[in-house]
Each structure stands twice: as structure tokens, then as C-alpha cells.
Ligand binder design. Sequence first.
Ligand code: ADP
Ligand code: MG
Length: 255
Amino acid sequence: MAYIIAVANQKGGVGKTTTTINLGACLADAGKRVLIIDADAQGNATSGVGIQKPDVGKDIYDVLVNEDPISEALLKTNHKNLWIVPATIQLAGAEIELTSQMAREMRLKLGLAAVENDYDYILIDCPPSLGQLSINAFTAAHSILIPVQSEYYALEGLSQLLNTVRLVQKHFNPHLAIEGVLLTMYDRRTNLGAQVIEEVRKYFGDKVYDTIIPRITRLAEAPSYGMPIVDYDPKSKGTEVYTQLAQEVLKAHGE
Ligand code: ADP
Ligand code: MG
């Protein structure tokens, strides 16, 4: 059965999508069958794995709002062992449309139930908010992976995120766990980075991954070619660090 990880932080631009795509591709390279769920109306995970709008028939909106079978929205990416349920801009309406629907928090969980035996890992790329889409992701997931940008205000907003986690644990998903905290966009040229690492480690303890993702230009370039870093530049530092992260995640699951 698939292990489901929501990649979440309601701050935008902290590396959620980059981590979803590249951790997903590295887990796939380790022989795991990986499904990415794009739960952000911006569709950055979708385009980032090379899916163009005309390729998309049904998408995650149809699964959540119309309860269409997830199999109808699933697409294979060009990367071996990596699939995606895409998002398009129509997902922007879902937050409001779901509000008036029955069992709205359970929609993604129910949708994923049909395919959970087909994958080893399902990674959900969450939007930069704590609305219905994130609550659906937290309700469906076994755990949450939190990317934290290595900057001065890194911890700001995380108590809000953890409050939402507690609410979801209380009402919908008692076993929801913190998978890990990932420091991203680390800049070794400033002292600030080291302070932030210390602060985050103090707060989250051994939940913080040993792997730290530096700021790497190639990682920012890859999405515009519709490729994970492992395909865009197999020899880059970006490939090395996300491969290392995948090893840590696998190890945490006894693999
Ligand atoms: P989020 O999904 O949290 O909004 P993204 O993954 O889209 O964040 O990252 C925000 C921007 O920063 C994107 O343009 C992305 O390409 C870039 N980026 C992400 N991680 C890195 C990194 N380690 N080094 C350099 N640029 C990065
Ligand atoms: Mg994103």
C-alpha cells in the first residue's frame, strides 16, 4: 500500500514543488512507483514534470469536486516510475466549491483509495494556504514533509501549520505524523543560514533531515525544461542532494 506524504508549508516559495518533483523522481530512481498529486492551482508540479496543458484531460479538480475516478486524471511522466495527477487553474475554484459539499475533507482520501495499491509513495504538492485543499491533503496523508527556507523568518507561520495538523489529527486523521523538516535554499555565503539551521533544529529536533538543500541555480532552471533535476543535469549538486534526501526518506521507512 502506498505511503502518502503531503509536502506542505503555507508560505509560498519555500521549495514545496521543487521538493515534490525531485524527491519523487529520486524515489522513482530507487525503484519505487511514485505518484505526484498536484494540489496547487498554479500547476507548477504538473508543468515541472513536463505535462503541458493540452495533455491534461481531467485533473485533480474533477477528482475532488466532481468525484471522478482518479484513474481518469492520471498521467505517466517521461520519468520512469513517476506518474502525476495534474492540476490546472480550474482548481482555484475548488476551495469555495468544496465548502458546500458533503464530506469535503475526505475527497482526496477517497479518491486515492482506488490507486493506493498501485504505488509505493504518493507525494502531494500542497498549495501555499491552509484551506480545503491542504486539509484534504492532510486528511489523506500518513505524514507531512515540511520544507523550510533557510532565511531569517524561517519558523514564522509554522505554529499555524502545526495547529492545522492538530485540528486534522483531532477530527479526520488521528495518525497524521510529521515525516520530516527539510531546510531548503541554504546559502553558505551568509552566516544567517547557520543560525537558521540551529534554530530549526532546536524547534524540530531529530525531525530535521541531515540533508540540506543549498540554493542551486540548476534546480531553478529544470522546471522550465519540464524535467526533474536528475534528468536535466544528472551530475549536478541538485541531483546529489535530492538523491541523498530520498535515501533518508527510504531509510526512515526501513528500506
Ligand atoms: P513553493 O512550491 O513552496 O512555492 P518552489 O519549489 O516553487 O516553492 O520554489 C520557489 C522558487 O524557487 C522556484 O522558482 C524554484 O525553481 C526555486 N527554487 C526552489 N528550490 C531551490 C533551490 N534549492 N535553489 C534554487 N532555487 C530554488
Ligand atoms: Mg509550489
